[in-house]
Design a protein around this ligand. Structure first.
Ligand SMILES: [Zn+2]
Ligand SMILES: [Zn+2]
Length: 332
């Protein structure tokens, strides 16, 4: 007899609005049990926004979620990705092959191209950043192992650059592209102005959860703050996010994200004031908790982005490491 006592995450589909369906797809990540792809009615088919991650069984979860709302992968007329992270782009190749549709995505997706086409080189680069940031040898090994699986069926180039001015046509009206870099350099939101609907990807989530890609743009934390301003100006009424439920108090979510970034920036600035330390040593002071193999990548990236923002705004200074040692940070 199969064991039914343990609850297993499976793909689920539900109608959010007439012509909009949430496809809730399981993820193998601790603390992030699922992500959302969105299906939007468009003529005789759908526009699909985001894809879920590619892993054994993931295609079945997508099929199941779509079947629950009487849809099929094959009815996808266009695939749009909010950003090039595995949980939003991982099954792009699968969907494109089965539906014969185009993929539209923002052109700043080098971070995905590197990870998906040469995972070893991308890992070596991440390890080099970690080493340079003062991560000691033991966590460094765990860090390497944790990042090895990248969750992407195959790297595929977008057919069209998803940049401001490009319009996505659906039965609910036309969606505009809003560039929202920060979480990832390739991040965009889609906005439907008449209905004031925002497809927010990972830029705004139901609970505040910050993550920034480090090393692919000048100042990810600063870019994220500017993206919050850009989205605030839209006056969205309902947010369809990349994880979790929809929410309508969009402004309070923008405010909460902005406050948390400012709070953490202030804490990092305080930590480097009157001290000289590595980014890795700064992490526990920023989060008030110890670094573990599961949080090291996340927290280190975020802390590096705060240090970088303080550097470009003249509030912290980077001291290059000598003889291959880690770089250190102090007040400017
Ligand atoms: Zn993401
Ligand atoms: Zn995500």
């Amino acid at each position: 007899m199969p064991d039914h006592t343990r609850k297993r995450e499976v793909g689920r589909g539900e109608r959010t609005l007439p012509g909009v369906w949430r496809l809730r797809l399981p993820l193998p990540w601790p603390g992030v049990p699922h992500c959302n792809a969105w299906a939007i009615a468009a003529g005789d088919g759908i526009v699909m926004v985001d894809t879920g991650m590619h892993e054994p069984g993931s295609e079945g979860h997508l099929d199941r979620a779509l079947a629950q709302v009487n849809l099929k992968v094959e009815t996808t007329r266009l695939l749009v990705c909010t950003h090039a992270h595995a949980d939003h782009y991982g099954q792009a190749e699968t969907i494109m092959n089965r539906a014969g549709c185009e993929l539209w995505m923002h052109p700043h997706h080098d971070h995905m191209r590197a990870a998906a086409t040469d995972p070893e080189a991308a890992l070596m680069q991440r390890l080099e950043i970690a080493r340079q940031s003062g991560v000691p040898e033991v966590p460094l090994h765990a860090y390497g192992a944790a990042r090895r699986a990248h969750g992407v069926a195959a790297y595929v180039e977008p057919d069209r650059a998803l940049v401001p001015g490009v319009q996505v046509h659906t039965d609910l009206g036309t969606w505009e592209v809003v560039e929202t870099p920060g979480h990832a350099p390739s991040h965009v939101c889609l906005f439907q102005p008449e209905r004031r609907l925002l497809l927010s990807g990972d830029h705004l989530l139901g609970r505040v959860s910050l993550y920034f890609d480090y090393g692919w743009s000048q100042d990810p934390a600063g870019e994220f703050l500017a993206s919050l301003d850009r989205v605030e100006a839209l006056g969205a009424r309902l947010c369809l996010a990349g994880h979790g439920r929809t929410f309508s108090d969009v402004q309070s979510h923008i405010d909460a994200n902005r406050s948390l970034v400012r709070e953490r920036l202030a804490r990092v600035e305080e930590v480097v004031a009157g001290d000289t330390l590595t980014a890795f040593d700064a992490v526990p002071h920023v989060y008030g908790d110890a670094v573990t193999p599961t949080n090291v990548n996340w927290w280190l990236s975020e802390t590096l982005c705060y240090l970088r923002h303080l550097e470009v705004t003249g509030r912290a200074a980077r001291i290059p490491g000598d003889d291959g040692g880690p770089e250190r940070w102090t007040s400017a």
